[in-house]
Design a protein around this ligand. Sequence first.
Ligand code: FAD
Length: 302
Amino acid sequence: PFDVLVVGGGPAGASAAVYAARKGIRTGVVAERFGGQVMDTVGIENFISVTRTEGSKLAASLEEHVKQYDVDIMNSQRAKRLEKKDFIEIELENGAVLKSKAVVLSTGARWRNVGVPGEAEFKNKGVAYCPHCDGPLFEGKDIAVIGGGNSGIEAAIDLAGIVKHVTVLEFAPELKADSVLQERLYSLPNVTVIKNAQTKEITGTDKVDGITYVDRETGEEHHIELQGVFVQIGLVPNTDWLGDTIERTRMGEIVVDKQGATSIPGVFAAGDCTDSAYKQIIISMGSGATAALGAFDYLVRN
Ligand code: FAD
């Protein structure tokens, strides 16, 4: 069996694997796709001490760093079941069962897509999901934010300070964001809110040039010319496979404590799959380190 088995090979998992391996214990990483969300990212400008890098480069560096140690990397393998017996067992989609004394779950998350024509086509060409990451790319431009929940309205407020104009498109008749956020939003001069708006298409040729929506009250179709669209309709943690075995929030995020411990002794979690605040590379790496050290501490005491 492993001492620490890490499930997920994004920034959190890579960090956990390095920290565990440096304790000289038997460490493994199972990842569906090593690199995680970083593989879908073009420019990264907020990974502190690295002024600018690209997702594919950072993903390669993550793997290179893990490979400096005696870590068993099992790439292109998906975990489908976790069970605590004598050891913690992780069953893979291919039927194999891995056993470990401690486990770090770092399966990350994915942005919920609106699923309209143009969204996939113009990803990184005007369609964005992370205001902290990509906001500065739209300086002085007109953009839309799809989604009027807390994340959408926070994004709109944040972006209004950078871009020329923000249009918020909300599907429902009312914004769902907290009232303090709504008040702040409505106090800004360069924001328009459109409710009852069903996004129909993100248009463009080589990059985004507009958005089409249907007014759900009148059925009328409208088109707005703009250069960017931020989709803010939720981040979905990759935790469905855990079912009821472990405590998760209403949103499906794994509940962790300060050491990264979950509701199952010996099972730790880190990064975007947890209920930690803010989902960023630097944060997930920090929590990966925390979870690995928490797991090591657990092994020492048990
Ligand atoms: P992830 O990166 O999601 O990695 C999860 C890992 O788990 C992957 O290896 C995945 O294949 C694996 N996995 C999932 N399910 C299973 C399973 N059942 N079995 C086995 N393996 C599984 N953050 C920044 O700080 N700066 C940026 O500029 C930035 N830009 C971004 C741009 C885009 C387009 C996106 C999508 C995100 C961006 N982020 C950025 C956010 C950042 O990428 C995430 O916060 C970070 O990658 C989270 O790391 P993680 O290791 O927790 O999860």
